[in-house]
Write a protein that binds this ligand. Structure first.
Ligand SMILES: [Zn+2]
Ligand SMILES: [Zn+2]
Ligand SMILES: [Zn+2]
Ligand SMILES: [Zn+2]
Ligand SMILES: [Zn+2]
Ligand SMILES: [Zn+2]
Length: 752
């Protein structure tokens, strides 16, 4: 993610299909397109994991010892901080408090935190919390309607209690008002789309760390019923007054605490399996990584927090690019900082000039080697738990040679690990094992700022499905795996280890090559890919654009056929078509224009399905470009309105496909966020225009405005975890501003 205002534009293109062999190899190429708005799509992922659709034999679960109790929540820190800044006004009972006072107070409290030099972790957490509150309060209907909202100031006492209420209840109120804002019955496609994606909206706020810290959480001890403020960190559901009480209760609590155990898929390997039914949005597991690093990426990421960096700041000790001083002392950066210094490596230029480009991969590998050297016993335990899957990387195979040339060589030649007393005993064979384990078991996730991957004691055993039932996010130092749908007892717990926006052949080839299994999930086995036709061709013989689909979706050499006539395509021809389309799309997306992308679509729509994954990527870019040429009111001519009409249709198509493939909206956050935002713009523009032309009555106008706001809310809902200085976070802020602006406008014309 670029720093504020820089590096805009979407598009990790779908796999470029540059392979020459008969598998559709997908070295995820990152193309920097310069489209005007928002969200640079997530960096290419490093996929991979288990096949799940076969018989399970369950091994005994791991029981060990109870998790450590959670520290007491410092609930009122944020509140105090904010109140400190409104207190000036409270000294004078004559001066009323307003909504903007509240916002100012939070902003002040947050920026004061920012100024603390070398700020502690707690300061950082508070800072972030304040930012979150600010965002949520700004978009909260209740706040706008509350007596605090600007126009009618309150008495101090009332104001104070309002502020406290807001701080305490904000999560709940945003959630409720969201549901309320959708009271209109769906009529148009856009409304239907909203209803279609509503599932994700009904989930409870996931950011438990925030709400928890805002409430003084006190419960009664599960053992002795005394008041207790510490919770079991395993499930965060049960209170204990002391470590002793927790220990005494562990054998009874164990099964309820961890909703998973380690199971085994015959001929495949170990995988986590649900021990009881798990509800949608329930936290499945939370744990610290054994090792964590940036995900392979063509851009440089800060090695402390993983946001994209532009090279303007470097660590004073080692010369690696970072986002700022705070991050140079991050524990995440310690390994390469120390090894770089010892070897005289001054940042990534040292790698580039020696001919090594995959900086992120090398850094993550180096961190892993250091972690293994440091914690040998723990590493052994992990290896035993993971099983033997990593041995599938055959010596002299392509991945092996890649590891040798592109990772082990630079570790020795550039990082000079042989001269490092701590690392010099690492043999090539040792490092290969570490790299193979990393390749097979690393878990990709999204942090607040960027893409990371790591090895985890349990999460590394999550199964894979292209319709996964969980999502994983890095929250602070923990990976949090949350169910995105209800999971029944004995079902494998799955995550996405490939890219949800690639076609089936691309995903399966990628998983097979990097993770050594053939995915046979629900989506992979369905020729239509859950009704999305994401890889389909179009029959050239039938008059009505009939789809051409795989005859045997799980056999990659099987031909594809039209369901109506006898038209067939061989797997080689199919590959050829995908390769051509892929490379044309990649080329066009480097410097995208409306004309260029439209003519690409025109050319290919007779050959492949309109939802084809390569065209999906093209549409993502195009929907941002439409309607951008003439933003000023007076120059809006017919051509402009034609573009808006196309934009609306494109947004709807795009969202429909995304929702079919990713119903939880957890695996294509930037795409959803952007498309909802762009769609809201078309709704607003039409509403204002048609009202101006007297084609729309007041009540209809009101409905359209509410619809626009509902779309903005949906966008914000998908983007709510993104940090402010990422393109996704910036889009969130833009949504927020527009949301308030639309609300104010509605108030001013008497529509609210
Ligand atoms: Zn107790
Ligand atoms: Zn528990
Ligand atoms: Zn950083
Ligand atoms: Zn450093
Ligand atoms: Zn699959
Ligand atoms: Zn046909």
């Amino acid at each position: 993610m670029g720093r504020r205002g820089k590096k805009k534009g979407p598009n990790k293109p779908p796999p470029s299909n540059a392979g020459a062999c008969d598998v559709e190899v997908s070295p995820p190429v990152s193309v920097k397109s310069r489209t005007p708005t928002a969200a640079k799509i997530a960096a290419p992922r490093q996929p991979g994991k288990k096949q799940i659709d076969s018989k399970l034999t369950i091994q005994s679960g791991t029981s060990e010892s109870p998790p450590a109790p959670a520290p007491e929540s410092k609930a009122s820190d944020v509140e105090k901080d904010v109140l400190k800044h409104v207190s000036e006004k409270f000294k004078n009972p004559e001066v009323p408090i307003t909504f903007s006072d509240l916002v100012t107070a939070i902003t002040k409290a947050a920026s004061e935190r920012k100024k603390v030099a070398g700020s502690s972790k707690k300061d950082n957490e508070l800072k972030e919390k304040l930012g979150t509150i600010l965002r949520q309060i700004k978009m909260d209907d209740k706040v706008e309607k509350s007596p605090l909202a600007s126009d009618k100031p309150l008495s101090n006492e009332q104001g104070l209690s309002e502020i406290k209420n807001l701080l305490r209840n904000k999560a709940e109120s945003t959630h409720k008002s969201r549901a309320e804002s959708l009271d209109t019955s769906p009529t148009g496609i856009t409304e239907a789309l909203l209803a279609f994606t509503k599932r994700a909206e009904n989930r409870s706020p996931t950011d438990t760390s925030n709400s928890e810290n805002l409430k003084d959480e006190i419960g009664s001890c599960a053992v002795c019923s005394k008041n207790a403020s510490t919770k079991c960190t395993g499930c965060r559901k049960v209170f204990y007054c002391s470590r002793d009480c927790q220990r005494n209760n562990w054998s009874a609590h164990k099964d309820a605490c961890r909703p998973y155990k380690v199971g085994k898929i015959e001929g495949f390997g170990r995988v986590l399996v649900a021990t009881r039914s798990i509800e949608a949005e329930e936290e499945v597991l939370r744990e610290r990584p054994f090792v964590l690093g940036p995900r392979p990426c063509s851009d440089m990421l800060c090695l402390g927090c993983y946001r994209r960096v532009d090279g303007s700041y470097r660590c004073g000790k080692c010369g690696w690019e970072m986002c700022g001083q705070d991050c140079t002392s991050s524990v995440h950066h310690a390994a390469e900082c120390q090894v770089s210094r010892a070897a005289g490596v001054t940042g990534r230029q040292a790698l580039t000039s020696a001919g090594y480009d995959e900086h992120c991969k090398i850094i993550t590998a180096l961190r892993s080697v250091v972690a293994v050297a440091r914690e040998k016993t723990r590493w052994q335990t992990l290896m035993e738990r993971y099983g033997a899957r990593h041995t599938l990387v055959a010596p002299a195979s392509l991945p092996y040679l890649d590891h040798q040339q592109n990772i082990i060589e630079p570790l020795r030649n550039v990082f000079r690990i042989d001269l490092n007393p701590f690392l010099r005993n690492m043999s090539d064979a040792n490092i290969h094992t570490i790299l193979n384990v990393l390749q097979v078991h690393s878990v990709p996730s999204r942090s607040k700022y960027g893409e990371v991957e790591g090895l985890y004691p349990m999460a590394s055993l999550l199964g894979h499905s292209c319709v996964p039932n969980t999502r994983a996010r890095l929250e602070g130092e923990h990976l949090v795996v949350t169910a995105t749908e209800a999971i029944s007892a004995e079902a494998p717990i799955t995550l996405m280890f490939s890219d949800i926006l690639w076609g089936t052949k691309a995903r399966r080839d990628h998983l097979l090559q990097t993770k050594f299994f053939s995915c046979a999930c629900r989506r992979c086995s369905d020729p239509t890919e859950l009704g999305s036709y994401f890889s389909a061709l179009i029959c050239p013989k039938c008059p009505k654009s009939e789809p051409v689909l795989p005859t045997k979706p799980l056999v990659s050499s099987a031909p594809w056929a039209c369901a109506i006539c006898d038209y067939q395509v061989s797997s080689e021809e199919l590959l050829e078509t995908n390769l051509r389309l892929g490379s044309e799309a990649t080329q066009e997306l480097i410097n995208p224009t409306v004309v260029g992308l439209e003519s690409l679509l025109d050319k290919w729509l007779s050959k492949v399905h309109t939802n084809h994954y390569h065209l999906h990527a093209v549409k993502h870019s195009l929907l941002q470009l439409y309607g951008r040429t003439q933003e000023s009111e007076d120059s809006k001519d017919d051509a402009y309105w034609k573009e808006i009409a196309k934009k609306e249709k494109l947004c709807q198509e795009f969202l429909k496909v995304c929702s079919l493939l990713d119903p939880s909206m957890a695996h294509s956050v930037p795409q959803f966020g952007l498309a909802f935002y762009e769609l809201h713009k078309t709704v607003l523009q039409y509403a204002k225009r048609n009202f101006g032309l007297a084609k729309l009555g007041t009540q209809q106008l009101k409905k359209k405005m509410q619809l626009a706001r509902a779309l903005l809310r949906r966008s914000m809902d998908t983007l709510k975890h993104e940090a402010e200085d990422t393109p996704e976070g910036e889009l969130y802020c833009r949504c927020q501003e527009e949301f308030i602006a639309v609300g104010k406008w509605m108030l001013s014309v008497g529509l609210a």
